[in-house]
Design a protein around this ligand. Structure first.
Ligand SMILES: Nc1ncnc2c1ncn2[C@@H]1O[C@H](COP(=O)(O)OS(=O)(=O)O)[C@@H](OP(=O)(O)O)[C@H]1O
Ligand SMILES: [Mg+2]
Ligand SMILES: [Mg+2]
Ligand SMILES: [Mg+2]
Length: 455
């Protein structure tokens, strides 16, 4: 049978109490399927479950008899389809912003990179993505329902010497939001002013914690990779009562061949030499996402700005590698020695029998590589005293777990996202593996060599 669904549903509010979505527009009709597969149908071509659209037309959709029953049955646990749908579209939009800014940075010799108080880099893209994601989430769910923990703040941006940067951020955010309808998202009616952009950035002032719902955002993870024209990620996760329930990772430079993940510092030159300009959309860049408990992780190609594509986008499932023989396994780790001890992991690799060269990649693209089956192990052992932040891990952890992998600290315990902005109580380091066998071997090797390490 077929049922008429209005595509011009506009925005509404999720009602937690009644577990349903209430559209703002009177007369709009919304079907929300409470099936485990709902998010996939929304992402991969089916439109049911998607409440945001740029189209002003009605369309007929076939609805199975049992699906119809599901949509009108009594309330069941929240399945976050609405949140996942908005999050994936928003990360796609953010990827296009970053690509534009990165291309501009690389072609210019001028300094588009600022330094924060800890000397780490921050760029127009970091602030612009944070403003854009914050604005879209508030617009989609109502600002009083949205709480965000995110990396950037406006202190550095507001500094007098960063005046030109602030102007560029406002311009970048508005250029990006003007594209929102192509992603099925509503943009602002009028361009945002400086105050609104600063407000959107500083609204991300949640400090997380054990209760309630908040988003964790790393607008650009691997900023160093970003400014070097290399790998970086946009990471958005939803955390509820201390558990990561959704993870979305945008990886705009994820190459078509996994070997090219390794070409840091030279990535852009190599890719532009080897990739024909007419390459297909799967060639470079993807968005990977998962919902906790679904047992599935999905990957979309980037929606390429220049190819006149509009939503909906296609998706395909991803799964971790089945390799569990250490001699065939590849491990990945941060590029910078300052962020993780390369000598300690080299020792672990040797004792476990990992024979391949480590894949050194900036950012949470490492988590994406494990989820896609392009590498089997990820290890990070920061220097003593460094506290890992939740936005550097949340999205990647749920994606790997749903793709079939394992993520724990070096003591074998799950990462704890319930203690505020830091992964408090993290035991030594973070280990992610394609399977329990490899994981146990690494953990045993850490135990055996930790005391004699300098960490
Ligand atoms: N000293 C130190 N030790 C450990 N980790 C640190 C340290 N300083 C920063 N960071 C965080 O590392 C994030 C980047 O991690 P990566 O795995 O991408 O490292 S690397 O850039 O490949 O070396 C990076 O994320 P972004 O700031 O979003 O780029 C930081 O949050
Ligand atoms: Mg980060
Ligand atoms: Mg960052
Ligand atoms: Mg940073």
């Amino acid at each position: 049978m077929a049922i008429k669904v209005s595509h011009n549903l506009g925005l509404g509010k999720w009602n937690d109490k009644h577990n349903n979505f209430i559209p703002n527009h009177v007369g709009s009709f919304f079907i929300f399927l409470r099936s485990n597969k709902t998010h996939h149908s929304a992402m991969s071509g089916g439109h049911i479950g998607c409440c945001l659209s740029s189209f002003n037309q009605t369309q007929s959709f076939p609805v199975m008899e049992d699906q119809k029953k599901l949509s009108f049955s009594s309330p069941e646990p929240v399945n976050y389809s609405q949140e996942l749908d908005v999050a994936v579209r928003t990360v796609q939009l953010a990827c296009s912003l970053c690509q534009r800014v990165q291309n501009g940075l690389i072609s210019k010799t001028s300094d588009g990179v600022q330094s924060k108080d800890d000397n780490s880099p921050v760029t127009v893209a970091d602030w612009s993505v944070q403003a854009t994601v914050s604005w879209i989430l508030s617009e989609s769910f109502g600002s009083s329902n949205v709480s965000i923990v995110a990396e950037e703040d406006i202190q550095n941006l507001s500094k007098a010497k960063a005046d030109g940067v602030l102007e560029t951020v406002v311009k970048t955010v508005n250029e990006c939001l003007a594209e929102a309808p192509r992603y099925g998202l509503n943009g602002p009616k009028m361009a945002l002013g400086t105050t609104e952009v600063l407000e959107a950035i500083s609204r991300c002032n949640s400090i997380g914690g054990p209760a309630g719902r908040f988003w964790a955002l790393d607008p650009v993870d691997g900023t160093l990779g970003f400014v070097r024209g290399d790998q970086y990620a946009i990471a958005l996760a939803l955390i509820e009562d201390g558990e990561v329930v959704l993870g979305v990772l945008g990886c705009p430079n994820y190459p078509m061949r996994k070997e090219w993940l390794n070409y840091h510092h030279r990535y852009h030159r190599i890719i532009s030499k080897l990739t024909p300009s007419t390459s297909e959309s799967w060639d470079k860049g993807c968005v990977i996402y998962a919902r906790r408990g679904s047992g599935e992780a999905w990957m979309q190609p980037l929606l390429h700005v220049n190819k006149n594509l509009v939503w909906p986008n296609s998706a395909r499932p991803v799964r971790v590698s089945s390799i569990d023989n250490p001699s065939l396994a590849t491990f990945c780790e941060p590029v910078e020695k300052a962020n993780s001890s390369h000598s300690f992991t080299a020792g672990l690799a040797h004792s476990v029998g990992l024979r391949k060269q480590p894949l050194r990649v900036y950012s949470m693209v490492k988590y994406a590589a494990i989820a896609r089956g392009d590498a089997e192990i990820f290890m990070k052992f920061a220097r003593a005293g460094y506290k890992e932040k939740i936005w550097d891990h949340a999205a990647g952890v749920v994606i790997i777990q749903e793709a079939g992998g394992v993520v724990t600290d070096a003591g074998g315990r799950p990462l704890d996202f319930s203690k505020g902005i830091y992964l408090e109580g993290l035991d030594r380091g973070v280990i992610a593996s394609a399977g329990a066998n490899l994981h146990d071997k690494i953990i045993r090797a850490v135990d055996a060599s930790w005391d004699s390490s300098a960490l």
